[in-house]
Design a protein around this ligand. Sequence first.
Ligand SMILES: C[S@@+](CC[C@H](N)C(=O)[O-])C[C@H]1O[C@@H](n2cnc3c(N)ncnc32)[C@H](O)[C@@H]1O
Length: 246
Amino acid sequence: MTEPKWDEHADWWQREFTDGVDPEYVEQIIPLARQHLAGFATVIDLGTGEGQIARALAADGARVIGLDPTPSQIEVALTRGGGPVYALAGADRLPVRDASADAVVVCLVFEHVDGLDEALAEVARVLRPGGRFVLFLNHPLLQTPDSGMIIDHMIEPPETYWRIGAYLREAVTVEEVQKGVFVRFVHRPLSRYLNGMIAAGIDLLEMVEPAPPPGFLAKAPEYEEDVVATTPRLLGLVGTRRPSDG
Ligand SMILES: C[S@@+](CC[C@H](N)C(=O)[O-])C[C@H]1O[C@@H](n2cnc3c(N)ncnc32)[C@H](O)[C@@H]1O
């Protein structure tokens, strides 16, 4: 099978996760983005998709530039409007001047990008010293390939636990996320993200590990299990651009 491209499943993403239909975005991700980017005037939303985070930040008064290399995402972002400006661009080369952004947000994007260090170098290049970086990831420790809830019926009473896959092994997987929809993921351990940020000149201010929000847990009876309710799906890393002599 040839590797799936985002253009092939942008409609799946738009249908299932945007425009207010996904409780994780509505109750958690968008509010966290607003909270950690409040007051930053010029914000780049890298891997903006159809622009749901860009629109929320623009509604809060930011001048937002949404960048994404997938034409079928940018076309929908332009249709949905709401204030941001958009351009087709990938993480390896941002069409933005050095030190011209007050903040960059990257939400659920770097787990689809091969060149993490190149992408982080671009983020650091466009951020002004003291600028804010907000990175949201599918939790790289707890949402590894093959991770998930296991009910072990071999013991009495049966035990429910969260299995973690091959955490330390960097790996590309193609997952069938819905019948006929294949998405390519790059798994990396958490230290790759943190140390990559630090090496690029971005220091950590805060790590955010929220519990899955109520609207997500209400989606399926098995999500009521304590192990699901206490296992984060999202990781947020909030950083600041170090001055170059720092
Ligand atoms: C899961 S969607 C997230 C979209 C948006 N950030 C959001 O949270 O709604 C992942 C996005 O990453 C984009 N993407 C894939 N490869 C990329 C790259 N090399 N550089 C920037 N964005 C990329 C895809 O086109 C897609 O829109």
